[in-house]
Design a binder for this molecule. Sequence first.
Ligand code: AMP
Length: 579
Amino acid sequence: MIQFEEMGFTPGILKSIKELGFEYPMPVQEKVIPLMLGTENDIIALAQTGTGKTAAFGLPLVLSTDPEMNSTQALILCPTRELCIQITGDLADYSKHTGNLRILAVYGGSSIENQIRELKKGVHIIVATPGRLIDLIGRRAARLNNVHTVVLDEADEMLNMGFLDSINEILEEVPEGRRTLLFSATMSPEIGSIARKYMNNPSEITIGTKNSSAENVSHNYYLVHARDKYKVLKRIADFEPDIYGIVFCRTRKETQEVASNLINDGYDADALHGELSQSQRDAVMQKFRQKNLQILVATDVAARGLDVDDLTHVINYSLPDDPEIYTHRSGRTGRAGKTGISIALVHLREKNNLTRIERLIKKNFKSLPIPTGTEICGKQLFNWVGKIENVTTGHKEIEKYIPEIKQRFENLDREELLRRVVTLEFERFLDDYRLGEDLIAPVPEKAGRDEARTGKRSRDHFEGDYTRLFINRGKSDGFYPEQLIDLINQNTRGAQIPIGKIDLMKDFSFFEVGSDHADMLIRTLHNRQYMDSRLVLQKAQEKSDKKDRTGEFRGKRSSKHPEKRRSDKRQKTERHYFN
Ligand code: AMP
């Protein structure tokens, strides 16, 4: 194994490396550093975050930047403000003993005037988010004509965030003879096209297996009824008293709801999503990093800026449609040589989604039984017993009360005293679990009918006409009125859509909407990706034309004509109002 000392760094940089406690180069550094220092090649490195890639490009960059020259010599583009700040801090650490290297982070959401002022003083390395850099180039504050190296960090994330045009524009601004490095967790056609357009015969490096997940992460799932998801999440948290994890949700609304419920139920939890202001997001991330929060409920986009190495769990409250996103999520645990647990809460339909992920990560998910109330109470109890065993005693403040407390408990025997203390400590759990009502994983054939009536929001006396719609989701998909409400609410913000009868079947459903809204709803939802496949939303046929159009409904979800099934299985229904 090659050592840092053999790589050609100056004594100043080696001193920084030592101070940072880096003893041996990490694999990405072993591969990238010699290429950067020994060749002029462009480089594509497929490496996840947490693999040591910042030092892989940062240490050679510091070496190749001349503090005596008063111009910008290197440019690093990255997707988020947090990553910008982090990279800038890392570069400052690497260059601590290397003269006065000026490194500046420029990103949106903070004063552009300050950034312009700093740029005017002269900056050797700019670390930027693409949008803000375009502004600064436009104002002639950032001058890139002496840049010899461009690093595109987390290129896949930048593309996901819609920065392709900005990246193209920026790359047109830097001298053609520069060297370009591209770091990405995944290789996609878009990345390939940037590489072809702006890179010169790049060397490609892959750290670990492409798209495979970390070795030390276990992948597990709980099969749950959609309506039980939150309860199961609570059980997981209760069963793992030392959990320090991120719960990933699909939407901001879901994120906020899950976090609010956890907070109300007494957990150290908070939400991180795009509707929060930057300062609120910073405050939440800070609390989480300092472990003042045990559970962070987040959307994928909002969690990008968060770099935490020692998560115990990643929980997929909702599985992402794109399996790649699952690898990003689960890759947040099991870092820095630790083991990690990735959990998915899935209902029946999402099992297909699991299979797609299994294919990508080349590992199987393990099905876990939902912890019973008794198991959870036992786990909590012994966790608490462990704390009693390990607590340090002898605080003066407490000692002075001991004699009086002893006297008060004189007539209680040891066992009764313990019983009372335990009862107090476990009130929340005992209340929740005393009744011994355990959550049952769903079984397709037995999907209960009663659920059809849950999720009702408010009644209304809508006098207009209704149009009856067919949707290719039913109870076996975990699709109940709540899911229908969410689906409509999330896609028709602000529209007051009257909803009439809802008939839930096993594999599909019918529901009525105010006729004025029917076409709009079909346009909005038909063909949209939902759960793991595309929605079919269309007007239900009248009985008279039913026979002719039966074929339209044929397929996996509806081997029988839905209207025929409806007559067999008509549910008791209610009128609902949405939004
Ligand atoms: P990164 O992938 O750049 O975010 O780095 C992940 C973590 O690994 C950071 O906390 C770095 O400080 C740490 N790190 C980077 N290189 C080394 C090394 N050679 N030895 C030990 N830790 C390292």
